[in-house]
Design a protein around this ligand. Structure first.
Ligand code: KIV
Length: 289
């Protein structure tokens, strides 16, 4: 990536009508490849609980997990902005606790900003973090940490009342100083109106084409999963098939003695080989019982 992406880059992109491409990343090689390709923002999402750890929801993800993965991603992110999720219950109890949690993601994890879930009720916390110099990305609509309150991963804002509440949440987050907001599983018309009203960029996932940017979960995007794929996802590759095919070929080649071949094998030099053989002969004895 030629340029370093910052909150100012993203604000300028919205102003210029340039779309923002964000993807989740959880490790060094992925961060390196995605940033080399030019992805603007790498989100160390707490979705890692589901796609990396195999948990049913994001609720079990801890701050230590997030700090660890953020540190891997920030080491590989060349020019891309790294945003890390504040996991469940590390920011809801008090603004002071949120500040300490966000501080760890930035100091130990190397993140350039943090993301938290929630609307108006989080405005005070967002303000506290922003005043301390921490860029905050909001996240409204389907907020996965509240999956047990929603009763599933379902589209939000489907009634006019809920849609209006969501718009008020977005405006409150902007007012509190958030630099961007993720809109997840929101009807396209609602996302378009929110995007139009805000001066900060919206990043959509299952929120239609009119957001200022889009985000996908890396494993869904690249087909690196054998589980459930959300409706809003577009799979850009089929890594699961590549991995399964490679593993089957490897098993076969090991069984047939085709791997390792001559190319993957090292030999003793002639002189050393003869010496070794005579030493073995003098050594005597047969194979151990
Ligand atoms: O955790 C995550 O990956 C996210 C995206 C789905 C926006 O929050």
């Amino acid at each position: 990536m030629a340029r370093t992406v910052t909150v100012r880059t993203l604000a300028n992109m919205k102003r210029a009508g340039e779309k923002i491409a964000m993807l989740t990343a959880y490790d060094y090689p992925t961060a390196k490849l995605l940033s080399e390709a030019g992805v603007h923002v790498l989100l160390v999402g707490d979705s890692l609980g589901m796609v990396v750890q195999g948990q049913p929801t994001t609720v079990p993800v801890t701050l230590d997990h997030m700090v660890y993965h953020a540190s891997l991603v920030s080491r590989g992110a060349e020019g891309a902005m790294v945003v890390a999720d504040l996991p469940f219950l590390t920011y809801q109890v008090s603004a002071e606790e949120a500040l300490r949690s966000a501080g760890r993601l930035m100091q130990e994890g190397g993140a350039h900003g943090v993301k938290l879930e929630g609307g108006r009720e989080m405005a005070k916390t967002v303000r506290r973090l922003v005043d301390a110099g921490i860029p905050v990305m909001g996240h409204i609509g389907l907020t996965p940490q509240s999956v047990h309150t929603f009763g599933g991963f379902t589209v939000q804002g489907k009634t006019a009342d809920r849609a209006l509440e969501m718009m008020e949440d977005a405006l409150a987050l902007e007012e509190a100083g958030a630099f961007s907001i993720v809109l997840e599983a929101v009807p396209a018309e609602v996302a378009a109106e929110i995007t139009h009203r805000l001066s900060i960029p919206t990043i959509g996932i299952g929120a239609g084409p009119d957001c200022d940017g889009q985000v996908l979960v890396f494993h869904d995007f690249i087909g690196y999963t054998s589980g459930y794929i959300p409706k809003h996802n577009k799979r850009y590759a089929d890594l699961a098939s590549v991995i399964r095919d490679a593993a089957r070929q490897y098993i076969e080649e090991v069984a047939q003695g085709v791997f390792p071949g001559e190319e993957q094998t090292v030999h003793l030099q002639d002189g050393e080989l003869r010496l070794f053989q005579s030493m073995v002969a003098r050594h005597g004895g047969g194979p151990r019982e």
